[in-house]
Design a binder for this molecule. Structure first.
Ligand code: FAD
Length: 401
């Protein structure tokens, strides 16, 4: 007799936590667990804006998978997923093919461009490698400025498209990084610009007005220009076109954070896509499939109280793992399937340096250092869940020195 084969695609927040929970839910002889990921490391997507700005070292943001996943229990395959064939329950990887009885998809997001022309010129904060490229590109602009005969200040302009969580956290880091680069390359600070452009009338939808005021004041004071109600019409190699009057803003760097959607592998597999993601059932399964779970940024889960989908966040991806692992066990051994219920622990946005703002679970608002401390608590709590106390000491935001 063969034992059920569970295959997990992607070792992000959703995939890593599901793997951990499955190890807890099953005895070794009960199931075969396989985890597939492009790299041999797991990275903290929520820290990538810091990697992209160059405010933390790349290695702080990643963890070797074999250091935190028991490879005697889990068959780890480092490979790239190419295609999912639900009709014969197979996953095609670059170098091999896997058969599954239960599939968990946690392949994360990719950029949504909303049909804006020229978006191929935009950088995105999506993976460790892409974030590192942004860091290097920005620094390259500064060093180029010093070597060109008639350098234009435009080279030093960094435009960030989108004032959602990622865009705002990123400009916050840039506000810290740009002064250091100016110093390093002997360039007066006022020559380098950081511009955040948002189509909606406000930054960070969903936050209270006084938190937003705090964020705007902190960012503007540290040299970020925020332009809301400004639609990006086109992206060119060294400029962007905004608004109905087609204003051109020249820049050496353009980073797009304005939209994400499910990894395109999900749509290509034939799962129905609604507004860029799969609207999963309350048990987190793809509509019409008993054996395929879709988690994290690839999925939408509907909030029953409001009838609207929950935003895709790391917090949700982590919580989904519990329900997914429980439901796979239920499908194999019987019992009651669990529905996903979101436990909102609050949201804190970092604004760079010692600045942050947000709310905690009881709705209390936090500003500045207090919010920053909470942000570190959130980050370290996750590290603890993934790797235990050793990892908090090694990679955590609170360090004993
Ligand atoms: P991911 O964590 O992105 O993981 C996807 C995994 O799949 C990766 O390991 C990737 O390598 C792998 N993969 C992708 N394609 C393939 C392939 N073809 N083959 C094999 N492997 C593949 N959320 C919060 O809750 N709080 C925050 O403070 C916060 N800050 C953020 C800051 C930034 C800069 C960004 C970009 C996002 C932030 N988010 C935050 C959102 C959060 O990061 C995402 O919601 C979360 O990462 C989703 O988790 P996931 O497991 O679905 O995907």
């Amino acid at each position: 007799t063969t034992i059920p084969r569970i295959v997990i695609l992607g070792a992000g927040y959703a995939g890593m936590m599901t793997t951990k929970r499955l190890i807890q839910q099953f005895a070794p002889e009960e199931v075969e667990i396989t985890l597939v990921n492009k790299h041999n490391y797991h990275y903290q997507t929520t820290w990538l804006h810091e990697v992209a700005a160059g405010t933390i070292d790349v290695n702080r943001s990643r963890i070797m998978i074999s250091d935190v996943i028991n490879t005697r229990r889990v068959n780890f395959v480092q490979d790239t997923v190419k295609k999912i064939h639900t009709e014969n329950k197979q996953v095609e990887l670059e170098n091999s093919t896997l058969d599954y009885d239960y599939l968990v998809i946690g392949l994360g997001f990719e950029k949504a461009t909303f049909g804006i022309p020229g978006m191929e010129h935009a950088f995105t904060i999506q993976t460790v490698d892409k974030s590192r490229m942004i860091r290097d590109h920005i620094e390259y602009q500064f060093s180029r400025y010093k070597t060109e005969e008639n350098p234009s200040d435009d080279m030093l302009t960094i435009i960030v498209g989108g004032a959602g969580f990622t865009g705002i956290e990123f400009v916050g880091e840039l506000a810290e990084r740009v002064p250091l680069l100016c110093k390093k390359y002997d360039i007066p600070r006022h020559r380098a610009k950081i511009i955040n452009i948002e189509a909606a009338p406000s930054i960070l939808p969903g936050f209270d007005e006084d938190l937003l005021e705090y964020a705007k004041e902190s960012l503007t004071r540290r040299g970020v220009e925020i332009r809301t109600s400004t639609m990006i019409k086109e992206v060119k190699e060294d400029s962007i076109i905004v608004g109905d009057d087609k204003e051109e803003i020249k820049a050496g760097t353009f980073v797009w954070t304005g939209g994400v959607q499910a990894n395109s592998i999900v749509g290509e597999a034939g799962f129905e896509i609604t507004k860029g993601r799969v609207n999963v059932d309350p048990m987190l399964r793809a509509p019409g499939y008993d054996d395929v779970f879709i988690l994290g940024d690839c999925a939408w889960v509907t909030n029953k109280e409001t009838g609207r989908p929950y935003p895709a966040t790391a917090q949700i991806a982590i919580q989904e793992a519990d329900v997914c692992a429980h439901n796979i066990r239920t499908l194999i051994f019987g019992g009651t399937l669990q529905e996903f219920v979101y436990d909102n622990k609050g949201t804190v946005a970092s604004l760079g340096g010692s600045e942050a703002m947000g709310t905690v679970f009881d709705g209390q608002k936090l500003y500045g250092m207090q919010a920053k401390v909470m942000k570190h608590v959130i980050d370290d709590r996750y590290l603890f869940m993934v790797g235990g106390p050793t990892f908090v000491l090694k990679k955590g935001k609170f360090r004993p020195f």
